[in-house]
Design a protein around this ligand. Structure first.
Ligand SMILES: Nc1ncnc2c1ncn2[C@@H]1O[C@H](COP(=O)(O)OP(=O)(O)OP(=O)(O)O)[C@@H](O)[C@H]1O
Length: 231
């Protein structure tokens, strides 16, 4: 579904990605792990079109994305939940959700009912401002806003960061539902190892701008694999 090939990315003279190749399949949860600063966010932002690759390619459903804008990628079915959530604090929950309408045709501009089933608190808080929500509620709102775009691939950058355990559990259940019931592909960046291990079908570990391991989540128990994750 998504195929990144030999991607390199630079910030000025600094190289953040060094020949990264990664596949995310439909109906699977692919989890990218790695310490702080190894390039996980740079890779996700390149996939959604917020950063340009210096070389390499990204294809979605067999089509090269290299020249397409973030808006075109959203229209083709890629949705992004950024690190830090980026909820609009002065817009209501409803208005935040409606920002997800932008890539949709007029007739499709509704919030799918399953979104409120996954995150009932958003229905209760529909007219509250985004900035008044707790961190966990904002994370749910950021995921819901991404789902409004009817994605085929959902890219989540550290959705558990700074979130209380009960909401982490709800988010994990929502991600499982999206994979199992809707067949959405999930690409998840995570630092919280237990969460990743419990969800992932495939894992890829990054270190210093490279993918140093990819395979089965059980391999996270292997000390050779884990050494890339510990400080
Ligand atoms: N906009 C930017 N300009 C310059 N350097 C950047 C920029 N964004 C990231 N970097 C650098 O690129 C490298 C990779 O950063 P990136 O945020 O992709 O890593 P990460 O694995 O997502 O880290 P974290 O878990 O802390 O978010 C780091 O050295 C970082 O300082």
């Amino acid at each position: 579904m998504l195929e990144v090939r030999d991607a390199t990315l630079h910030y000025g003279a600094a190289q953040a990605l060094r020949g990264v190749s990664l596949v995310a399949a439909q109906g699977e949860i692919t989890c990218v792990l790695g310490r702080n600063g190894v390039g996980k966010t740079s890779l996700m932002r390149a996939i959604v079109g917020q950063h340009h690759l210096s070389s390499g390619s990204i294809a979605f459903e067999g089509k090269a994305l290299d020249r397409s804008t973030p808006y075109e990628r959203a229209r083709s079915g890629i949705a992004f939940v950024p690190q830090g959530r980026e909820v609009f604090p002065l817009l209501t929950v409803r208005e935040n959700l409606e920002t997800g309408f932008a890539p949709l045709k007029r007739g499709e501009r509704t919030v799918p009912p399953y979104v409120f089933e996954l995150f009932p608190v958003l229905k209760q808080m529909l007219y509250r401002r985004g900035g008044d929500l707790s961190g966990g509620q904002q994370q749910q709102l950021a995921i819901a806003r991404a789902l409004v775009t009817r994605p085929k691939l959902l890219v989540l950058d550290e959705p558990t960061e700074g979130i209380q355990p009960s909401i982490i559990k709800d988010i994990g259940q929502a991600i499982r539902y999206l994979r199992g019931m809707l067949g959405i592909g999930i690409l998840l960046v995570e630092q919280y190892l237990d969460f990743a291990r419990g969800l992932a079908d495939r894992v890829a570990i990054m270190d210093r701008g490279e993918i140093v391991f990819s395979g089965d989540p059980t391999s996270l128990d292997d000390p050779h694999v884990r050494r890339h994750l510990t400080l």
